[in-house]
Ligand binder design. Structure first.
Ligand code: COA
Length: 576
């Protein structure tokens, strides 16, 4: 049987509970044995504006956000107004007739009434639970048992009291029954796999879990959308694992505390977003100069300034690589999906510790707020990696904290644990750590610090394997980074299905240092290279141009929402 896919977009006013409806529904559908991809977007205001939650449930892979929906559930007229054109030609409008006025834009597409407000008022005496009426109706549409929804409501609203839970149980049941009677035509014959060893997490949660698995035990933080949920998660969970998450007065103090803790032997990670990274930039140099390992998870959002704080953009890449006074080595990484958010966080901590330098992990709002069911990570696969400790017989008089070595990394003593000198200063320094800025010392120490990047680069080359779809004989290839992976992969699959033409795809996770060997090998047979990015200027394409002197075809999108597979399909097909 062909793969079944059902994309439902729910739109309503911020405060009406679109997000709660979507979150509970996603969990229920995942428990019901489908793969899900759940995306949300909402305004910067706490109440009001348009909130949207889009759930894709599939018995095949559900990798990316889709611009068009099979079903638009419009809770109010603004949602209808904003999204009517996103309903597929053979899609359906589900709408509350009390709040939506249909016009010509719906065209020949089907419409079905779902009187959310009336049902909620009839069953609960208030409009508050109309989102749970919607949730109940969608449970039926996805063919998920009502009990799953009820159990999740108890978990979700339990802290608000029994009355709230009871009211919502009534609402979900009424919505479910209404749909069983009136909306059965929307159901699809999914092949389900219930009871899998999967967890449903979003990118922020996967990063936070990765941090715990990586043995991070100090998380300094300052809240900023869309990174705050990582910090909140770790404030709640870290103490259970013997670690601490502490809020500071701003991002400068946050990173300074991170350096102090790293210096004292802790494994450190701090979540932030673009404006926070800007504030951290000078302190980041101190981490590079004192060779203190730490990880900054930068959840990118639309900028500059406060920009589009709740929308996605891949626009901090150049800043992450080059945003420094003086020359300061750091490693820049980007996970490509939710599962990868877990594993690249683990890897980022390992790289930071092993090479004693800052690592910036670039996720984005789309990853942060996209939920997917992922296989339970096997913790036996976690390689923690230790920072190099001084030799047991190291001598106090002769020990060199910043010894110039072939790899660039030197043994790092922990104050209070090793009875050795542990000088750290932002000033240029000798191998011992004493301030010294003669030309010879500055040159030698700069080379030493950058040698760590070279060593890391060589290690990446050794580890390189062809994981991506890179069929032989391709003349067109795509290089992407970060969260565009799913949309690129699906677009390439669609092209092969429709035209028989194969397109190569490379998606590096370590962006700097670049795996030059691997990229040259990939570029070798290509006549055309396409680099799609969710930013205005083509930051990664510029980086590749600078390194390889190539002229890629650049596709830019800076709309605050991710690429869809359809958009990339059209753009790549044009180049074939
Ligand atoms: N019964 C009882 N309570 C319900 C309910 C129901 N059926 N449905 C929803 N609620 C509650 C939710 O629990 C939530 O309560 P809380 O505020 O105590 O957590 C509240 O109603 C809002 O519902 P929710 O589903 O979470 O959100 P929403 O879809 O209505 O959208 C947001 C609201 C998410 C847009 C908004 O709150 C928000 O967070 N905006 C972004 C703010 C931001 O980050 N700005 C950037 C600053 S730089």
């Amino acid at each position: 049987m062909a793969t079944q896919d059902l994309v439902v977009r729910i739109g309503g006013e911020g405060g009406e509970g679109v997000i709660s409806c979507g979150e509970i529904l996603s969990k229920a559908v995942a428990r019901g044995g489908l793969n899900i991809h759940a995306f949300r977007t909402f305004p910067a205001e706490i109440r009001g504006g348009l909130a949207m939650f889009q759930l894709r449930g599939s018995d095949g892979p559900a990798r990316s956000y889709s611009q068009s929906a099979d079903v638009l559930l419009a809770i109010n007229h603004v949602a209808y107004d904003s999204y009517v054109n996103n309903i597929k030609d053979d899609g359906v409008l589900l709408y509350d007739p009390a709040f939506v006025n249909i016009d010509d834009r719906l065209g020949g597409r089907q419409r079905l009434e779902l009187p959310l407000d009336a049902i909620s008022n009839e069953v609960t005496g208030s409009s508050r639970a109309k989102n749970m009426v919607a949730m109940g109706a969608l449970l039926s549409v996805y063919g998920v048992p009502l009990d799953y929804g009820k159990e999740l409501i108890s978990e979700y609203f339990g802290k608000k009291g029994d009355e709230v839970v009871k009211m919502n149980h009534g609402a979900v049941e009424a919505g479910f029954n209404f749909a069983e009677e009136h909306l059965a035509q929307l159901q699809k014959p999914f092949e389900r796999q219930p009871g899998r060893d999967h967890i449903l997490v979003n990118g922020n949660e996967a990063v936070a879990l990765g941090a715990i698995a990586a043995g991070v035990n100090f998380v300094p933080g300052y809240p900023i959308t869309p990174a705050t949920p990582i910090f909140e998660f770790l404030c709640r969970e870290m103490p259970k694992f013997g670690g601490k998450a502490v809020q500071f007065e701003d991002e400068i103090a946050t990173l300074a505390a991170g350096i102090g803790a790293s210096y004292a032997g802790k494994r450190v990670l701090t979540p932030t977003s673009g404006p926070g990274l800007s504030l951290m930039s000078e302190t980041l140099n101190l981490a590079a100069m004192t060779e203190c390992p730490l990880v900054i998870v930068n959840v990118m959002r639309g900028g500059p300034s406060t920009g589009l704080p709740t929308k996605t953009e891949q626009s901090d890449l150049k800043f992450a690589i080059y945003g420094t006074s003086g020359e300061s080595p750091r490693c820049i990484m980007a996970p490509l999906d939710i599962y990868d958010c877990f594993w690249q966080t683990v890897r980022a901590v390992r790289i930071a510790e092993k090479y004693q330098m800052p690592v910036i992990l670039l996720t984005d709002q789309a990853l942060a707020y996209t939920s997917q069911n992922i296989p339970m990570p096997d913790l036996a696969d976690v390689d923690l990696g230790e920072r190099e400790a001084p030799a047991a017989d190291a001598d106090k008089e002769t020990f060199l904290r910043y010894a110039i070595t072939e790899s660039g990394t030197s043994p790092m003593p922990i104050p209070g644990i090793h009875d050795l000198p542990y000088m750290g200063t932002g000033l240029e320094h000798t191998e011992k750590g004493a301030p010294n800025y003669t030309p010879e010392v500055h040159e030698a120490m700069t080379e030493k610090r950058f040698r760590k990047l070279k060593t890391l680069g060589a290690r990446i080359v050794q580890q390189a394997k062809v994981e991506e779809d890179e069929p032989e004989g391709c003349e067109v290839g795509v290089i992407g980074w970060g969260s565009t992976y799913g949309a690129i992969t699906e677009a390439i699959e669609m092209i092969e299905r429709d035209t028989g033409i194969k397109v190569a795809h490379l998606h590096p996770r370590i962006l700097s240092p670049l795996n030059e060997w691997r990229i040259r090998q990939f570029l070798g047979p290509l006549k055309k290279l396409i680099v799609p990015e969710e930013n205005y200027t083509g930051q990664y394409a510029h980086f590749l141009k600078g390194k390889f002197g190539i002229k890629p075809i650049e596709i830019h999108k800076a709309h605050g929402v991710p690429f869809t597979a359809d958009e990339l399909y059209a753009a790549i097909k044009e180049e074939l």
